[in-house]
Design a protein around this ligand. Structure first.
Ligand SMILES: [Zn+2]
Length: 433
């Protein structure tokens, strides 16, 4: 063998060594005593089955690999993850880096494939390094640091779709946490974006949102969000349109792509060292995303029309697992009628913490979802407030004990922002388990 060839071979083997996926196994998760005090979920038989199914899978290996790296923008972790992704893309799909360093993969098969999937590979970490991942049967988190499931989980989900050759275009972006640096460069390429009817990110907290609004503007139609929720719910999940989105990469594409959304991937308390990933939800979602044809979703929104009709409100999304006042609660009767099992079964109403003024299965279901993952905007305001005025750090196990009548009253009083008085009132009603 020539000297040159030898050199090349040894360089290649080094790369392979560096980016070999660690084998991940669910068989014996270490018992965890300390850590984020998230309400542990009990595994259903389906959860157990999925745990076995995804044991040692490429999906879980990619997830573990991504989360084990801190990935600040422009750091080595961000780059390592991109290189690992590039290396593990199934053969035959064209791929390239654009000028911002985003990785593009074209897995479309026909012109009818008009779906774009996006995830960001960077995290809010300040420095590169190794993340020590802790696992319980239902939750993953990092010891003393952000887990980086925002959006390592979405990135692993895109790879899962790619491993299964779901025909679509995929972009792994850089610098989302620094203001969508990568996505902004993509948005300059109108010719590319015009090839898509929908842009999908899995970069939303909790487990029930299909985001219809980011910032103050609409990003996808209700028809699209409900159809997509339907697809997930047919697979046993409980999703619904949520107009409380803030920002992710797909927000950069709304002027060209009709339906842009962001879907709950199961992380909670992102950007804090209490960030955790609901691994049961993650695996369930992994099943669901392969169960239907993404190109069959309706396309209704006109991207040339700005729609600011609905804004962010402080009781947004996660408070109710997605349902909000300005849709009118009754809009969600379809959910209850169509998905009675999810509304009463997956989220059993064993509520000891909350008093509802009427007995409605759906509200109980939503309230359960909210209690288990209540880390939304109100939550962050509340925890800041409590830390400032009570000197206490709010554990994730805290649940808000309120009456629906109170919520309506607060809603009327505060308009767009909760006052300190109201935060105080809510704080007094906290139950900490
Ligand atoms: Zn994110």
């Amino acid at each position: 063998m020539s000297k040159k060839r030898k050199q090349k071979q040894s360089a290649l083997s080094q790369i392979t060594k560096e980016y070999t996926m660690p084998t991940w196994t669910t068989t014996k998760p270490k018992p965890v005593v300390l850590g984020p005090s998230i309400n542990e979920r009990k595994l259903t038989p389906e959860d157990e089955q999925r745990a076995t199914k995804y044991d040692n899978s490429r999906l879980m290996s990619m997830l573990y690999f991504a989360l084990s790296l801190k990935r600040p923008h422009k750091g080595s972790g961000e780059q390592k993850l991109l290189e690992a992704i590039a290396q593990h893309i199934p053969r035959g799909f064209p791929k390239h880096y654009d000028e911002a360093g985003n990785l593009h993969v074209d897995a479309r098969q026909t012109e009818a494939n008009r779906t774009l999937f996006v995830s960001h590979v960077d995290t809010v970490h300040r420095d590169d390094g190794v993340n020590a991942i802790k696992q319980t049967p239902s939750v993953w988190y990092a010891s003393g640091s952000q887990l980086g499931a925002d959006d390592g989980a979405g990135t692993a989900m895109l790879m899962h779709l790619l491993y299964h050759k779901v025909p679509a275009y995929y972009i792994f972006t850089v610098g989302e946490e620094c203001g969508g640096i990568g996505a902004k460069v993509v948005s300059d390429d109108q010719a590319l974006l015009k090839q898509f009817d929908r842009a999908i990110a899995f970069d939303r907290r909790n487990n029930s949102s299909v985001i219809t609004h980011q910032g103050y503007g609409r990003c996808c139609s209700d028809a699209f969000a409900e159809a997509l929720s339907d697809k997930f719910n047919d697979a046993g999940l409980l999703y619904m349109p949520d107009d409380g989105g803030v920002y992710t990469d797909t927000a950069e594409f709304v002027d060209v792509i009709p339906e842009c959304t962001n879907i709950s991937i199961g992380y909670m308390a992102e950007h804090t060292d209490r960030e955790a990933l609901d691994i049961l939800h993650f695996r369930h979602l992994a099943d669901a995303v392969l169960s239907f044809d993404w190109d069959n979703l309706p396309t209704e929104r006109d991207p040339s029309v700005d729609d600011f009709a609905s804004g962010n409100n402080w009781w947004s999304g996660s408070m109710y697992g997605g349902a909000k006042h300005n849709y009118g609660y009754d809009t969600y009767s379809w959910l209850k009628e169509d998905y009675p099992t999810q509304a009463t079964g997956t989220y059993p109403a064993n509520d000891t913490s909350t008093t509802w003024t009427d007995d409605d299965d759906l509200y109980c279901a939503l309230e359960e979802a909210a209690n288990r993952h209540d880390t939304g905007y109100l939550w962050s305001l509340l925890s800041d407030h409590i830390e400032t005025y009570y000197g206490v750090t709010l554990p994730l196990s805290a649940t808000i004990n309120f009456k629906r009548a109170d919520l309506h009253r607060w809603q009327k009083q505060v308009g767009q922002q909760p006052t300190e008085d109201i935060l105080d009132e809510i704080a007094e009603q906290l139950t900490i388990i």
